[in-house]
Design a protein around this ligand. Structure first.
Ligand code: HGY
Ligand code: MN
Ligand code: MN
Length: 420
């Protein structure tokens, strides 16, 4: 990798403070596609520049670095045997106008674990890989977690026939960085080659802060379903279309969105549904909208509840289409099953948290993570770190350096426990 000039992060000694500083140093161009916000979609120049910077940090920590066929950046810290390895990972892509820590913090903590081991000349009886997954958010292409699914070996090749919002195919985006969809599946690790997957991540919720705790141990990750909905009515003149004759796609969508909200509100506490993106066409002030596309994200800790709620939502959409004389087409773009973490690893991580002097706090993750995909390849463990106000997917996302130091200590205890 090119020898980049390091930012101030290099002047900070190794550890949690450096991990935090490095996350903060990646929030603007050339590490973001936006001038005044952090937006780092998969396979964009910002993603590539960020991987180059991460590669320098990984090499500096003592790792050999490679880019895999799915565009993930992976560093390896060799062990003293070829035993199944420990994979530490998180994602380096971001949502639009995201925060500095959602994803990168888990990667930087992985690098700090290796730096701490290398500083002591410590080699373990297994290798440790640190993976920067290129696409967890699905902020560029319709599906998410493409690249961790490639590593886990669970990707259906049909899932690669996708196009981003600007009409760029995944194939063209990969070709722009010298990769190809035909080789994508070669990113898979061999079954049995990974002993455990560990991901450190901000909680992205308020619980740890509310209870005055720095760290949490994840027991399971909520399942998700993503649906794109297309509402087609009849565009018309805003001045001459009588209200009772209209087939307005936007008012139909508005009724649908409130119906989605009420289904979720009626469910158990961890059932959530979100309409996060909507386009209105033709989008002119004096035209009755003829077409509306919007996304639906449904989650629950129970797949059965998630599926029941999805069924109610689809029934509501159908009833609205009939009553308003519009056409509604709903297409599922993703289904991710709820993913329990490994009981033995939960116990091991809880003991590592206790060793930092904090009572372990177990909790379910409402946010999705690459760990839910990696569970197909290896037993998984997730360490949550308090984030200020529980805020995430927001530039105000923030952490406390001491909490990140504490997370690093817990991860190193966890790693030594695996070695023992
Ligand atoms: O959507 C999620 O839960 C994650 O941040 N990608
Ligand atoms: Mn996220
Ligand atoms: Mn994340």
């Amino acid at each position: 990798m090119s020898q980049a000039t390091f930012t101030s992060a290099q002047t900070i000694s190794a550890g949690g403070a450096r991990a935090v500083e490095r996350c903060r140093s990646l929030t603007r161009p050339p590490f973001s596609e936006e001038q005044d916000a952090l937006t780092r979609p998969y396979l964009t120049p910002a993603h590539q520049t960020t991987c180059a910077r991460l590669a320098d940090w990984m090499e500096e920590a003592g790792m050999e670095v490679r880019t895999d066929p799915a565009g993930n950046l992976i560093g390896r810290y060799k062990g003293t045997s070829d035993a199944p390895l420990l994979l530490i990972g998180s994602h380096i892509d971001s949502v639009r106008d995201g925060g500095a820590f959602d994803g990168p913090l888990g990667i930087m903590l992985g690098i700090e674990c290796i730096a701490a081991l290398a500083a002591k000349g410590r080699r373990l009886p297994f290798a440790i890989d640190v993976a920067a997954f290129g696409d967890e958010e699905g902020s560029r292409f319709p599906a998410s977690m493409l690249t961790s699914r490639a590593v886990a070996g669970t990707l259906d090749p049909a899932a690669l026939a996708i196009t981003d919002g600007d009409g760029v195919t995944l194939d063209a985006a990969l070709a722009s960085v010298g990769l190809a969809t035909t080789a994508f599946a070669a990113a898979a690790y061999a079954p049995g080659s990974v002993a455990a997957y560990l991901e450190a991540h901000i909680e992205q919720g308020p619980l740890l802060e509310a209870e005055g705790l720095a760290l949490g141990v994840v027991t399971a990750i909520a399942g998700q379903r993503r649906i794109t909905v297309n509402v087609t009515g009849v565009p018309g003149h805003a001045g001459t279309n009588a209200m009772h004759l209209r087939r307005d796609a936007l008012t139909a969508a508005a009724e649908a969105i409130l119906a989605i909200e009420s289904v979720a509100r009626a469910g158990k506490s961890d059932l959530v549904a979100t309409v996060g993106r909507m386009t209105v066409m033709p989008g002119a002030t004096n035209v009755v909208p003829g077409r509306v596309d919007f996304t639906v994200d449904v989650r629950s800790g129970s797949d059965a509840e998630r599926d029941a709620a999805t069924g109610e939502i689809l029934a509501a959409l159908h009833a609205i289409a009939t009553s308003r004389g519009v056409t509604v087409v709903a297409e599922e773009t993703q289904m991710l099953a709820a993913s329990p973490c490994d009981p033995a690893l939960i116990d091991r991580l809880a003991a590592a948290v206790a060793a930092t002097g904090q009572e372990p706090r177990c909790l379910v993750s409402g946010a999705g993570h690459d760990a839910m995909v990696m569970a197909a390849l290896a037993p998984t463990a997730m360490l949550f770190i308090r984030c200020t106000g529980g805020i995430s997917h927001n530039p105000a996302e923030d952490v406390i350096e001491a909490d990140v130091e504490q997370a690093l200590a817990a991860m190193l205890t966890f790693i030594e426990g695996l070695a023992a």
